[in-house]
Design a protein around this ligand. Sequence first.
Ligand code: 3PG
Length: 387
Amino acid sequence: IIHMKDLNLNNKIVLIRVDFNVPIKNNKILCDNRIKASLPTISFALKKNAKVILMSHLGRPKEGQYDKKLSLFPIFQYLKKIFPKNNVQFNNNLNNIKIKKKELLILENVRFNIGEKDNNEILSQKYANLCDIFVMDAFGSSHRKESSTYGVGIFSKIACAGPLLISEINNLEKALKNPKRPMISIVGGAKISTKFKLLEKLSKISDTVIVGGGIANTFLAIDHNIGNSLYEPKFIPLAKKLKNKNNILIPVDSRVGIEFSKLTPAYIKKPHEIKKNEEIMDIGDLSIKKIITIIKKAKTILWNGPIGVFEFPNFSLGTRALAESIAKSKAFSIAGGGETINVIEMFKISNKISYISTGGGAFLEFVEGKKLPAIKMLESVKKKIYN
Ligand code: 3PG
């Protein structure tokens, strides 16, 4: 892979694919982590006298249709404040771009363009024609084979990786290849079907995997009737197979309630005590103790997903204890996935985690061991080395 930092950017038009897919409501950016993570890349290119064009998707609009709620305009306004000394423009017309040294131009949501999601060649070529150098820096979108993440790189004169993408790859590899041991992984959250593959992979490389949420319930359901709890019967055979390896930490007690609501009281139950009308929403005190002990010994921690319904105060204790012990740990810790980021924000521990990935789906696929299309593209483009 060619690195952006190794290229001469002076006076070049540098088109950077960023991931600005952030929550926006009534023109207000609700969480700017992903934008902040891209700022060093943008600043670097501007300092090197590049003409910088940014492109990103936002949400999942209908192709070919403008949707005001999914416009990148609020992000353009945000960036104007961040770069007061640079001329910052916003453009929704790919045919009419004029840009000077040290200027910044933000393109409108790429998913408004017909062909973006299908990695259409004509559109990819159009993006490529805009620039001298294409920089893929959107780790969060690198599992997508779309015109702005893939095709553009194939057609541009030079395609390289930006510093954020490089740093994501390096940090993830630090945890996944030759981790310092013991290595502890945590797999939680509600989306069971997408998490079992991750669990399977992590159980191979971790000393212990702590499970929570619907995943943990699926393990409990092997031997117990767990009432109304969320679990996935179709994964029970796989859960049985993984359980035999003895490195999965399954909760020994749970907090249950009789309805999925904020005010439902929590009762601590052993798995065999759970009644038909009860539903597991967090782990119990004995399980919390076990988790704390294990995290204390860890040298590497890889964390994806909350272990209970952390949005409900009565059922947030397990996730809080987990978050706090990871925050206290001296281990190399890495966290990723949308829900995990919400937990980190809620318990205000972002500065206590060694590395927080900007990827949701991309993080999961990378950890599962899949080769991400955008990274494959960067590896495959045999471009003339820039001079
Ligand atoms: C994400 O939020 O995971 C990325 O921005 C990708 O978004 P997508 O799932 O709509 O492609």
